[in-house]
Design a protein around this ligand. Sequence first.
Ligand SMILES: Cc1cc2nc3c(=O)[nH]c(=O)nc-3n(C[C@H](O)[C@H](O)[C@H](O)COP(=O)(O)O)c2cc1C
Length: 192
Amino acid sequence: MPALKILVIPGSLRTGSLNARLAAAAAHQFAQVGAEVTRISLADFPLPLYDGDLQSKSGVPKNAINLKRMIGAHHGVLLVTPEYNASVPPLVKNTIDWVTRVQDVHETRGQVFRGRAFAIAAASESRLGGMRALAALRLILSACHATVIPNQLALSFAGQAYDDMDRLKHLPDIEALGALVRQLIDVSQRMM
Ligand SMILES: Cc1cc2nc3c(=O)[nH]c(=O)nc-3n(C[C@H](O)[C@H](O)[C@H](O)COP(=O)(O)O)c2cc1C
């Protein structure tokens, strides 16, 4: 069986992002259980705000096509999203919107979401840990017909959750992330 490839995407560009740190901790756990992990930054795939006129005039931007192909080259994807006003930030929604517009040869539009497993996580300073962003993201991905695994992680009080190596400090958080990691690997393997 080929090595299981997992793509980890933090949904924040901010220096010191709590979600980028959670993505780093998750990537470490995926690697520990033998997955081949790629952790990207959306800063490397800048996209304009979605505009149908822009798409009609210039087509789908190359960065959306590249990101779609990057997703397509992996068996499972972890999206780690901040919560903005009880939902996902514009960066996350805009990125997903553009990727749904990509249509490669011999594929239907949005096929990349249907062919692999997705996991979702969030980190926030609040008690809810970005739970409402996760509900919104699950709905968005489900509308794209993605398989979103049941386990998810809403990391509360995330400002106090990491050590200086960006690893989780508290056992319940480590266990919750571990359960998510194992389930994404399990479901991704079954979908290979
Ligand atoms: C516009 C805006 C809205 C926010 N709304 C929420 C919210 O609804 N719930 C929450 O827990 N945090 C909210 N926050 C705080 C973010 O969770 C916090 O800034 C977090 O650190 C952002 O993620 P990052 O560290 O990965 O960049 C909001 C922040 C901004 C800028």
